[in-house]
Design a protein around this ligand. Structure first.
Ligand code: HEC
Length: 132
């Protein structure tokens, strides 16, 4: 028995060393996307032109129109690409996710809104999101 333990000893040492190493290097967190002030300002300007009529000038929502976007879990849980796809499509009243019975038009009803413009709006909205 004593012999067996002794032969396990180097293995245990290696395991302890590995564990210690694993504890020292924290798991790599995915980098938070960062947006330049220019992009956010551009997004704010496009937001007021295209989205504010329904979602309000400060994105706090308008009763019987667009929802509050500053507290939107939907936005918080989605990637930029997913938000881009959402804005392209909008959300018709028939959509299972629609909770107001009111249509959100594709591209917020602005056919001139470009892909870059949509990403800038998403950046702006993320900059004003209130996390709970
Ligand atoms: C004509 C009104 C209108 C315009 C313009 C509009 N929306 Fe909406 N939007 C809505 C409505 C209504 C909803 C809620 C639909 C529902 O009941 O789920 C909505 C929902 C959303 C949601 C989902 C929120 C959530 O928590 O589920 C996002 C994000 C959003 N809009 C972003 C935008 C952006 C960005 C623009 C501008 C490009 C925009 N909207 C323009 C009416 C509008």
């Amino acid at each position: 028995m004593k012999n067996r333990l002794a032969s396990l000893f180097p293995i245990i040492l290696v395991l302890i060393a590995l564990l210690a190493a694993a504890c020292e290097t924290p798991p790599e967190a995915p980098p938070e996307p960062t947006y330049s002030d220019e992009v956010i300002a551009e997004g704010q300007s496009l937001y007021s032109q295209t989205c504010s009529a329904c979602h309000g000038p400060d994105a706090k929502g308008v009763p019987n129109l667009g929802k509050d976007l500053t507290t939107s879990q939907f936005l918080a849980e989605r990637s930029d690409e997913e938000m881009h796809a959402f804005v392209l499509e909008g959300r018709p009243s028939g959509d299972p996710l629609n909770s107001t019975g009111i249509d959100m038009p594709p591209r917020g009803g602005n056919p001139a809104l470009t892909d870059d413009g949509i990403f800038a709006i998403v950046a702006y909205l993320r900059s004003i999101q209130i996390s709970e």
